[in-house]
Write a protein that binds this ligand. Sequence first.
Ligand code: ZN
Length: 281
Amino acid sequence: MTGKQKTIKERIELEDIGTFSGQRTRIVLCPADPGEGMHFAQISGGGESRIDCLTPLVVDSEKCTTLGNKDGARVLVVEHLLSAMYSLGVTNLRIEIHGPEVPLFDGGPEMFHQKALEAGLVEQEADTAELTLAKPYMFQDSGGFIVAFPAEEFRVSYLFEHPFDSRCMQAVEVVIDDQTYRSELLKARTWITDREAEIALSSGMVKYGSPETTSTVVSKASTSRPLNYDDELPRHKVVDIIGDLSLLGRRLKMHVIGVKSGHRFNHELARKIWADNPLVS
Ligand SMILES: [Zn+2]
């Protein structure tokens, strides 16, 4: 059974300093018509450049997910915003962005989710498109793997070794719907180790954030911020998988299993799926 397309009722403005650029960034989420899809409109110098939120427009996935178009416009850190919108069933959204990246806030999807609910959601007179798989897909390298099996629902499983204790395996499995997203994933924030944080800041890769700030990518999960869940780290990987695979542009019916995988794996998997199942508009 297909559902209805959705957008938000009112505009939402959000602003913070970008983690990678160190620049103040403002985004404005705006209602969009049925069939418009999820897309960024990057505003600069009086003009704007449209970047559709679709797998073929992923141009970098080293530390976060970056979308770009053929005119050279780029938007970094799209994954938590898109993950939150997918969980709410939002399919049409114009995201005006004044700056190079989506603000990180606390490192999870909660701010975007909360603001969208405050603005209100509206069902539209058009059915959603669904993506079902006819066969499994897989991407692997020496570090890990990710696989997507055909399924009747969207289920995500993730398994990895804890970064501070390799004897400790953590695993999560969530059937993705509005309720489970709120109860299992909403407060799962991004993380890197203190050592990685030092390197990221001193090398200039990350220009904003510290273990003491709330708007940060650089917090050791164990000490500088109390965990929201015992297994917050793998739960955040599930948040990322949802945001990254939402770029397939449809409601997903598949069981995705990631083992020590990250953004690059997500997009390599998505490209394989897209090659056999392109979005036809
Ligand atoms: Zn993330």
